[in-house]
Write a protein that binds this ligand. Structure first.
Ligand SMILES: CC(=O)SCCNC(=O)CCNC(=O)[C@H](O)C(C)(C)COP(=O)(O)OP(=O)(O)OC[C@H]1O[C@@H](n2cnc3c(N)ncnc32)[C@H](O)[C@@H]1OP(=O)(O)O
Length: 431
């Protein structure tokens, strides 16, 4: 990226990385942008996350209100992480967060300017894709992002569901034990590192993630509650799973009606998941098990004696959005469950991935995408390709909804055979 500071679309507004000294101004701008009262600065948290060049601000050089001093009116942060792709490889990606524009400065192109700045730099750093959690559906498609990893949580009425079926396979001799906060901090990260290659869509959890969840950081607005962590171990003592939940003290007259809310659920195999769900449904006083952060492939309802006892959680939504930045790197990193060949005509407003590409998958599960002059089978925007990349989306569904165009008959179904995976992508982590 040539010049670090860019002139914004508005005269007098400059988009650039903030300095360390500007953290407090940036923090105030985020509170304004997210429409939260700025009761106390999130100093400790911002200090922890500060990386030179990765927190952007739009600075209004001011008018009479600031006495001529530039004031931060928009914010944007990104950090590097890895995204697990089908097959278990970890793709280097740019994770975008803390996007705000003060209400006084909206719809003047500030988000567009910050996005251009960040994604240009991400490509130069070698990120194959960018990801974000979209606040609203209609913001990010124009920047090439498509919904790629939804959340599909459940709210289960324990009595109606009859609980988890007896006799599900579990590890013989397994144990479930409560963990102390110290044990959560010590063993949680190591377990997550072993879990995430098994789950396409999963991302890394930085040290700050664990510190916040362990209550070690004071972040105004983050309502930390200790909760309960239980570890699952096999008979030889190997840690293979973890559940973290809270229980609200709620009574219906003389009867306990305490909802158990699952905040984190990691299981390295099916037997561990079965044992942890059986445990969650066995806790006394609990009449509802609420699991908002599960993925669309989760088997929870099918484990219940009566699956109708599970209702979709109301916060389920398109959650993680993905923007492909480097097609050859991204499509070589993932694995394919069926061989095939498909020519794609990709449009991209930024131009980075635009063109005619041939995607080929070999019988051994490897694949690649390369430029071609062959006639195209499918025409689609890069945002739609982002929705298909992790194996969860469906080209046939997008074609029916007129969100991509079939140029040869049956091409969308062929795309699904090539790209879809048996294991749906899942990312439980907001960021
Ligand atoms: C990853 C995250 O952090 S998600 C959190 C996002 N932040 C929020 O939702 C906080 C409240 N909202 C805001 O701060 C701002 O309104 C933002 C960040 C969503 C948009 O910022 P702006 O600077 O107004 O966007 P900008 O002017 O660059 O708009 C670019 C285009 O997107 C459109 N757009 C922007 N926001 C929205 C929206 N919420 N819904 C629909 N379209 C939108 C604009 O109309 C414009 O369209 P055009 O190119 O056709 O003219």
């Amino acid at each position: 990226m040539g010049n670090d500071a860019q002139q914004g679309p508005d005269r007098g507004i400059e988009i650039r990385p903030i300095t360390h000294e500007e953290l407090a101004d940036w923090d105030r701008a985020i509170a304004l942008g997210f429409m939260r009262p700025h009761v106390a600065p999130a100093t400790e948290w911002r200090e922890l996350l500060y990386e030179p060049g990765r927190m952007l601000g739009a600075f209004d050089r001011g008018g009479p209100a600031t006495g001529g001093r530039a004031r931060c009116v928009a914010t944007f942060r990104s950090f590097d992480t890895e995204l697990t792709v089908p097959g278990g490889a970890q793709l280097p990606v740019d994770a975008v967060t803390a996007v705000t524009v003060n209400a006084t400065h909206r719809r003047r192109g500030l988000l567009s300017g910050m996005m251009r700045h960040d994604l240009t730099a991400a490509r130069e750093r070698g990120a194959a894709a960018a990801i974000l959690i979209a606040a609203e559906h209609n913001i990010y498609g124009r920047f090439g992002f498509g919904p790629a990893v939804p959340l599909a949580g459940w709210r289960v009425d324990v009595l109606r569901s009859g609980g988890v079926r007896a006799g599900l396979p579990v590890h013989e001799g397994h144990r479930i034990d409560f963990a102390t906060l110290e044990e959560f901090r010590k063993h949680g990260p190591e377990l997550h590192e072993r879990w995430r290659p098994t789950q396409p869509g999963a991302i890394g959890r930085p040290e700050a993630w664990w510190r916040l969840r362990a209550g070690e950081i004071d972040l105004p607005g983050f309502d930390w509650k200790q909760g309960f962590t239980a570890f699952h171990r096999t008979a030889d003592g190997t840690l293979t799973g973890m559940i973290n939940y809270t229980v609200d003290d709620k009574w219906d007259g003389a009867y306990p009606d305490c909802p158990l809310t699952v905040r984190d659920f990691l299981a390295l195999d099916r037997e561990t998941a079965n044992a942890l769900w059986t445990f969650a449904f066995s806790v006394d006083w609990v009449r509802h098990v609420v699991a908002p952060y599960l993925g669309p492939g989760d088997r929870l309802p099918l484990l219940l004696a009566d699956p109708r006892g599970a209702k979709p959680h109301e916060e389920s939504a398109d959650f993680t959005w993905l923007r492909l930045l480097d097609l050859p790197a991204a499509f070589a990193a993932r694995r394919y469950e069926a061989p095939g060949r498909l020519v794609l005509d990709v449009t991209d407003r930024a131009g980075w991935t635009a063109g005619r590409w041939v995607l080929e998958a070999a019988p051994d599960g490897t694949g690649r995408i390369t430029p071609t002059d062959d006639p195209a089978d499918l025409a689609l925007d890069v945002s739609r390709l982002g929705s298909l990349y992790l194996g969860g989306g469906s080209a046939a569904v997008l074609a029916d909804a007129a969100l991509l165009t079939e140029l040869t008959p049956g091409a969308a179904v062929r795309a699904d055979t090539l790209l879809r995976t048996a294991r749906a992508p899942w990312n439980p982590d907001g960021f």
